[in-house]
Design a protein around this ligand. Structure first.
Ligand code: BG6
Length: 465
């Protein structure tokens, strides 16, 4: 990298990475932590997890956090997004606060601040406490109240030092994984429940925002959404309509209520017509309308390409959003072959432009973007460093589009890569490695910074590249 900086970012731009509790902490059953759905699912169906590796075998952030925060600083982070494990903070999800968890999260937050790294704290990252799931999880309205209590507890305990809060990470994923497409526990296929889970997650977010505001803290609260810009196969009206509906189901379902406090009409019309509206109380809509986010986290990995439906599903097939469009494989698309996801860098610009034009230019940041790769060990050089040039290229190409959006007025305040170190990922476990730092599971989770980590350090230090 020369000193010629073509893409310069604002001085106070947030450079860092993101992670979640269940994926990094390990220590799944010590110091009073209760079980969450991942601990349980692994117990009953270990074969679902790549190489049979479960959530207790993650990267040991619980014991190695000091080393990790030192490395974050070493590679130029000025901010880092973590999550609090609900089942660790409050065993069972309701009731007593676990003092050992409070101590752990206090230590982590203090250590970050001491190293000049601003903590961004997310509350819910797919990790429902098992006892609440047994009573229906997000399907059950009581979970909303339990969550609000959890959120308030966290604001009160850590809000003196944390000023960036997020209510959920990708709340549509537990809806899709748990109630539509079989990749999260309780792996049911039930669209009625899926809609209820979505609605309760949105309501819980708005109620947590309300609690946060009532505390009068000097901070910001937002939500982190995975946005998949929806592109039609052609400008044929049927393809365009399919794309509009896919966008309503998978993006605007959470984006509109979170930012505007309303639900997209395209979506509610369908839910009404097919009798899938959720159960709700009248005042819920007022709470959602009155408690929108200050800040939006955007996770971007891949676009969604769709075309008009070609074959109607069988009459007995369960109702799904997919009844309104087919996925479309664009010829010549660029792929990440490891994860099976299309790489389309301009998508990040299209999202930011959409937020600028249609969502009041809400303050936002890229809260996840990254490349999962299998078998990275083969790229380790004689000095022990993984030469992950593909990851550098991936990040750089996306950042160029972020820069263009910024120049055109997008209110984008930072870029967090997924993820800091290789971590355990839901059913994929350690299959795809995403980190700036590699983790050797055979050597007590030994950490080594990859080439991309040092590249990122320079980008952060120079505020550009
Ligand atoms: C996001 C999640 O969906 O993508 C992360 O917030 C996840 O938790 C990441 O790890 C990458 O996805 P995957 O399935 O390849 O690990």
């Amino acid at each position: 990298m020369t000193n010629d900086i073509k893409y310069k970012f604002p001085v106070d731009f947030w450079w860092g990475s993101s992670a979640s509790a269940t994926q990094t902490e390990g220590a799944a059953d010590v110091d009073g932590k209760g079980k969450n759905i991942w601990d349980y699912w692994y117990e009953i169906e270990p074969h679902r997890f790549f190489d049979g590796v479960g959530p207790q075998d993650t990267s040991q952030f619980y014991t190695k956090y000091k080393e990790d925060i030192r490395l974050m600083k070493e590679i130029g982070h000025n901010s880092f997004r973590m999550s609090i494990s609900w089942a660790r903070l409050i065993h069972g999800g309701t009731g007593e606060v676990n003092g050992k968890a409070v101590k752990f999260y206090n230590n982590v937050i203090d250590e970050m601040i001491a190293n000049g790294i601003e903590p961004f704290v997310n509350l819910f990252h797919f990790d429902m406490p098992l006892e609440l799931q047994e009573k229906g999880g997000w399907v059950n309205r009581e979970t909303v109240e339990a969550y609000v209590n959890y959120a308030k507890t966290a604001f009160e305990l850590f809000g003196d030092r944390v000023s960036k809060w997020f209510t959920h990470n990708e709340p549509i994923v537990p809806v899709e994984g748990g109630y539509m497409y079989d990749f999260h526990y309780p792996n049911e296929v039930n669209f009625k429940k899926a809609v209820q889970v979505a609605f309760h997650s949105i309501l819980a977010s708005a109620k947590a925002i309300k609690e946060y505001k009532a505390l009068g803290r000097n901070g910001e609260i937002g939500i982190i959404l995975n946005l998949t810009p929806s592109y039609p196969r052609s400008q044929n009206p049927e393809d365009v309509k399919a794309s509009v509906l896919a966008d309503a189901f998978f993006n605007r379902s959470f984006l509109d209520p979170s930012v505007k406090g309303t639900f997209p009409k395209e979506l509610t019309d369908i839910l009404k017509e097919y009798n899938y509206l959720p159960e709700y109380q009248k005042e819920d809509l007022e709470i959602i309308a009155g408690n929108t986010v200050d800040l939006l986290g955007v996770n971007y990995y891949q676009p969604r390409r769709v075309k008009a439906k070609e074959h109607m599903p069988h009459l007995d097939a369960p109702f799904m959003p997919d009844h309104f469009f087919d996925n479309y494989v664009m010829p010549g698309r660029k792929m990440n072959p490891h994860r099976g996801w299309e790489i389309y860098e301009k998508g990040i610009y299209d999202i930011l432009t959409n937020l600028r034009e249609n969502y009041g230019n809400i303050p936002c940041f890229i809260s996840e973007n990254g490349m999962g790769v299998e078998g990275e060990e083969k790229f380790r050089d004689d000095n022990g460093m993984i030469q992950d040039d593909y990851r550098i290229e991936f990040i750089r190409d996306h950042l160029q589009w972020v820069h263009k959006a910024l120049e055109e007025g997008a209110n984008v305040k930072g870029y967090h890569m997924w993820t800091f170190m290789d971590n355990w990922s839901w059913s994929n476990a350690y299959k795809n490695r995403y980190g700036f730092v590699s983790v050797n599971l055979d050597k007590d989770a030994e950490r080594t910074v990859k080439k991309s980590g040092y590249w990122f350090k320079k980008v952060a230090e120079q505020n550009g590249f």
